[in-house]
Design a protein around this ligand. Structure first.
Ligand SMILES: [Zn+2]
Length: 297
C-alpha cells in the first residue's frame, strides 16, 4: 500500500482527532481518488499542485487528501462542508432548497464549498503572494470535497443523516450504512479481491478508465454546459440517484448486508472513485491552465 496514511501521524498536525466512519470516504477512498487524479494532471496543473502542496506531503497529493477529515473538529466551521442532505425519499438534488447546514445557513454544504475553493484557486495565476486566500488549504479542501460529493450517501436523506443512523451489519460486524459506503465496501474489496493491497485496486480502476470506461471518461471530464470549471450540482444529483437506487435499497435498519449487497454495490463504488479522480484532475487542469481561462467557476 505504499506509505499512505502514515505521514500525518507525525507532529505536523498534533491536534488531529480521528473519528473514523462519519467523515466521508475513508482514508483509502480519498487516497485512491487523488492517486487516480494525479495520473491525469497536465503539466501546468502538476507544477501548481507541487508548488501548493505542504512540505509534509512530499510532493504527493494523495498523501494529504484526507487532511480535511483530520482537521474537521479543529476547523469546526468546515464540518458541514463535507456533505449535503436532501429531503427524505425525494431522490433528487436542488441547490437552493438543499444547500444549507443543519442550522439552515445557506451555502454551507459540499456543493458550495466546491465552488468556493475553485474560485479561490483561480486566483493562483495572480501569483501566490497576492492571493488573499490560503491556496494550500484550498487545494486540499477541493481535492477532498470532489471526492466526498461522489460518495452517494454524502448526498443522502436528512432524516437518517446520510445513512449514519441506519444501523446494519456488514457481514458479522455492527456498523452503520454510511460507514459501509465510506469504508467497508472498499476495505472488503481490498481484502478479498486485491490481495490486501490498495494499490492493486487503484491500478484496476485506472485500467478501467483507459479501457472499458474510455468513452465515459471523456464525458465525465466536462460539465453539461461544457463551459464551467466545475459542476458540483451535477455530481450531487448523480449521488442522490445512486443512493436511492443502490445504497438505501435492501439496507433497512437491522438488516445484514453481505455477499449479495457487496457484489452488486462494489462496481458502483469503483465507478464513483474513478469519476471523482477523473473530474478532480479535469478541474485542476482547467483551474491551472496557463491558456484560456474559464470566466465562471
Ligand atoms: Zn470528508
Amino acid at each position: 500500500m505504499g506509505g499512505y496514511g502514515l505521514w500525518w501521524t507525525g507532529t505536523v498536525l498534533g491536534f488531529l482527532v480521528l473519528v473514523p466512519g462519519i467523515l466521508g470516504w475513508g482514508k483509502e477512498g480519498h487516497y485512491a481518488i487523488c492517486k487516480i487524479a494525479e495520473g491525469f494532471l497536465n503539466e501546468d496543473a502538476l507544477a501548481a499542485v507541487k508548488e501548493l502542496l505542504p512540505e509534509f506531503a512530499e510532493g504527493d497529493l494523495a498523501a494529504v487528501c484526507s487532511w480535511p477529515d483530520e482537521i474537521r473538529f479543529h476547523y469546526r466551521w468546515s464540518s458541514a462542508l463535507h456533505y449535503v442532505d436532501t429531503p427524505d425519499f425525494l431522490c433528487n438534488y436542488n441547490d437552493s432548497r438543499d444547500c444549507h447546514d443543519s442550522a439552515g445557513h445557506k451555502g454551507r454544504c459540499v456543493t458550495a464549498a466546491i465552488y468556493n475553493y475553485t474560485m479561490q484557486l483561480l486566483t493562483y495565476q495572480d501569483s501566490i503572494s497576492e492571493s488573499k486566500y490560503n491556496l494550500t488549504e484550498a487545494l486540499l479542501f477541493l481535492s477532498h470535497f470532489i471526492g466526498d460529493i461522489h460518495q452517494p450517501l454524502h448526498v443522502g436523506f436528512t432524516g437518517d443523516e446520510g445513512g449514519n443512523t441506519i444501523i446494519v451489519r456488514w457481514y458479522r460486524r455492527k456498523t452503520n450504512l454510511h460507514h459501509v459506503w465510506d469504508n467497508m465496501i472498499i476495505e472488503s474489496a481490498v481484502k478479498t479481491i486485491y490481495s490486501k493491497d490498495l494499490e492493486l485496486m487503484i491500478e484496476a480502476i485506472q485500467r478501467n478508465i483507459t479501457d472499458a470506461w474510455y468513452n465515459d471518461n471523456r464525458s465525465w471530464q466536462i460539465c453539461a454546459n461544457n463551459q464551467s470549471t466545475v459542476c458540483p450540482n451535477e455530481y450531487a444529483s448523480e449521488s442522490i440517484h445512486l443512493a436511492c437506487k443502490f445504497a438505501y435499497r435492501n439496507a433497512t435498519p437491522g438488516s445484514t448486508l453481505d455477499d449479495d449487497y457487496f457484489v452488486s454495490r462494489l462496481p458502483v463504488v469503483e465507478k464513483r472513485l474513478a469519476q471523482s479522480g477523473v473530474r478532480l484532475a479535469a478541474t485542476l487542469n482547467r483551474i491551472f491552465s496557463s491558456e484560456t481561462k474559464f470566466a465562471e467557476a
